[in-house]
Design a protein around this ligand. Structure first.
Ligand SMILES: [Zn+2]
Length: 216
């Protein structure tokens, strides 16, 4: 079985998440909004009474070195509210800026707020993306009917995480989970997360993969 994971928004707590991933040689994909990073770290929003801060533009290369990068649009809007011209900017510019920053192709997209329709999906396809994360949780996710709607199996905090993992393993499928590092709000959650990543890495029947490896 292949295991893939995607993490959204490019925030300061990704640094700690990546430390965990590196300790266990886990691959992961990070979904970034290049229109929102500033010269310095910047305040984003409040989650469960805690401030969420975005990374600075200058940190991105060091923080995400060796991980897969996908676009999460320029500015994280509801893409379904926008014209074709604005969509073009959100999709094309974000891809070009990320490719320039990381000096590698950006093949994937993650819809902000997991919101899209056929018009948005077509715009993502014409912008040259090879895959995009879908907005439903499905038991069997690969191969998807449309790679521009590649649904995950579950959120990383799903109560049935290991049940879904085991069922994919039985059929040697793909297990795909997603989340945001800011959802890890206390030390117990971080410990549980590390046990989860360590458990996957030590499973001899499993290998971590980047999403693009499944579609290119
Ligand atoms: Zn997001």
């Amino acid at each position: 079985m292949k295991v893939i994971q995607t993490w959204d928004d490019g925030i300061v707590s990704d640094i700690r998440l990546i430390e965990v991933l590196r300790r266990h040689q886990a691959k992961a994909t990070f979904c970034l909004n290049p229109g929102l990073y500033q010269e310095n770290r910047s305040f984003g929003w409040i989650h469960e009474n805690r401030e969420v801060w975005r990374l600075s533009i200058h940190e991105l290369v060091d923080v995400y070195n060796d991980f897969e990068i996908c676009s999460h649009s320029m500015t994280h809007p509801y893409l379904t509210d926008h014209s074709a011209d604005h969509l073009h900017w959100e999709l094309q510019s974000s891809r070009h800026i990320l490719e320039n920053i990381f000096q590698k192709p950006v093949l994937g997209f993650c819809y902000p707020f997991n919101t899209y329709n056929d018009f948005v999906k077509d715009a993502v396809r014409s912008a040259g993306y090879k895959w995009a994360r879908g907005n439903q949780h499905q038991e069997i996710v690969y191969p998807p009917i449309d790679p521009l709607e590649f649904h995950p199996c579950c959120h990383f905090l799903d109560q049935d995480f290991w049940g879904k993992y085991d069922r994919q393993k039985e059929r040697n499928g793909v297990f795909f989970f997603w989340g945001h590092s800011y959802e890890l709000t206390d030390e117990t959650m971080w410990e549980n997360f590390e046990m989860r990543i360590g458990g996957i890495s030590s499973d001899p029947e499993v290998e971590w993969a980047f999403v693009a490896d499944l579609f290119v």
